[in-house]
Ligand binder design. Structure first.
Ligand SMILES: Cc1ncc(COP(=O)(O)O)c(C=O)c1O
Length: 368
């Protein structure tokens, strides 16, 4: 048996007849950029996140960068992030000329540890940027409490957590501004790149809207040096169709995660994800921890199971950030995860037999 890491077939089959109709309409209108479907999807997705405003952009990375820019973060400023994340969380800060400051993660949720946060705050700290890694919310009450105490805004990196909740509240509504990615493999994925900034803050909304469209206000007036970072109308139309199924697909992911946990129960060499009771985890990634990870990873591939590592190197030890002069041991929890974490195939329509095949092979390999 072969088990792909992700298989989009069933999701595509669910929406494909409607895609054809919607594309025909876009073609007839000719509004390929910032068209009707793009504006509609911005409203739909903002509503889905329980916030007032959404601005569609080119990617999750751009969403983060434009959010950082809208907060006027600049050279000499610092933004706090976890080191155990995709590098885009840090890059958006560097693009603005500011410096990412790392705070280690919690051992259970793999998200920014609020207990270590205060020590990292300085007079230059201009934002806290927690990541809802793998689809589970960070500990937002504690993070927000500290942010409020110091008067620092919170930017959510929600690139992996479409539809997840924290104490009944939607991800995307928990900070001053939140950033989503619609990269194809995300819980809500486009057929290409895409992203969105969502917020309740009118000022941030207006700034991001201007920044993503050449800094334009009106057609010919350019207030600031903006960018070309807009969500294509065609991608928005596809995302809009997929959004209708997102809750169902997230539920299927959660059921799959439960089945994985059931199949791997009692295997002491494997640690399955810990989902906190006060959050709804959407399992964009299903990552286990296993001591002989590199061996297991290579063997699983040989046996036809597509597995990946999110992430083998923490951001503070990436060559791209060598100027920060971090060394091994600086953020021990993140580093230990990088050594033993392994992402298993996960998508809504994965079959029980496929999960069983993955688990049977895993159980054998972790003993070696
Ligand atoms: C945590 C995180 N932040 C940011 C991004 C960047 O998103 P994009 O690939 O759409 O630029 C990603 C995904 O790739 C991500 O996983």
């Amino acid at each position: 048996m072969k088990v792909p890491f992700i298989d989009f077939t069933e999701q595509h089959n669910t929406i494909k007849s409607n895609i054809a109709v919607n594309l025909e309409e876009i073609y007839k209108r000719g509004d390929f950029v910032l068209g009707k479907a793009a504006r509609e999807f911005e409203d739909e997705f903002a509503k889905y996140c329980d916030v007032k405003y959404g601005v569609g952009v080119n990617s999750g990375t751009d969403a983060l960068y434009l959010a950082v820019s809208a907060l006027d973060i600049n050279v000499g400023d610092e933004v706090i992030i976890p080191p155990f994340t995709f590098i885009a969380t840090a890059l958006c800060i560097s693009y603005a000329g500011a410096t990412p400051v790392f705070v280690d993660i919690e051992d259970e949720t793999y998200n920014l540890d609020p207990k270590k946060l205060k020590k990292a705050i300085t007079k230059n700290t201009k934002a806290i940027l927690p990541v809802h890694l793998y689809g589970q919310s960070a500990n937002m009450d504690e993070i927000n409490e500290i942010a409020k105490e110091y008067g620092i805004p919170v930017i959510e990196d929600a690139a992996q957590a479409h539809g997840a909740t924290y104490k009944g509240k939607k991800i995307g509504s928990l900070g001053q501004v939140a950033c989503f990615s619609f990269y194809p493999t995300k819980g809500l994925g486009a057929y290409g790149d895409g992203g969105m900034v969502v917020t309740n803050n009118k000022d941030i909304y207006e700034k991001v809207k201007m920044l993503r469209d050449y800094g334009r206000e009106g057609r010919y007036e350019h207030k600031v040096k903006g960018y070309n970072s807009r969500l294509d109308t065609i991608q928005a139309a596809i995302l809009s169709l997929k959004l209708k199924h997102l809750d169902t697909w997230n539920k299927m992911r959660a059921d799959n995660a439960e089945y994985y946990a059931q199949c791997l129960k009692g295997v002491k060499e494997i640690l399955t994800p810990i989902a906190k009771k006060d959050r709804q985890h959407v399992y964009q990634t299903y990552a286990i921890r296993v001591k002989n990870r590199d061996f297991v990873c290579a063997e699983m591939q040989k046996r036809g199971v597509d597995v990946l590592i999110h992430y083998p190197i923490p951001v503070h030890l990436q060559e791209a950030y060598s100027e920060l002069k971090h060394k091994k041991g600086d953020f021990g929890v993140s580093e230990s995860l990088c050594a033993d974490v392994l992402s298993l195939p996960m998508f809504p329509h994965i079959k029980k037999e496929q999960i069983e095949f993955v688990c049977d092979n895993l159980k054998e390999l972790v003993k070696k």
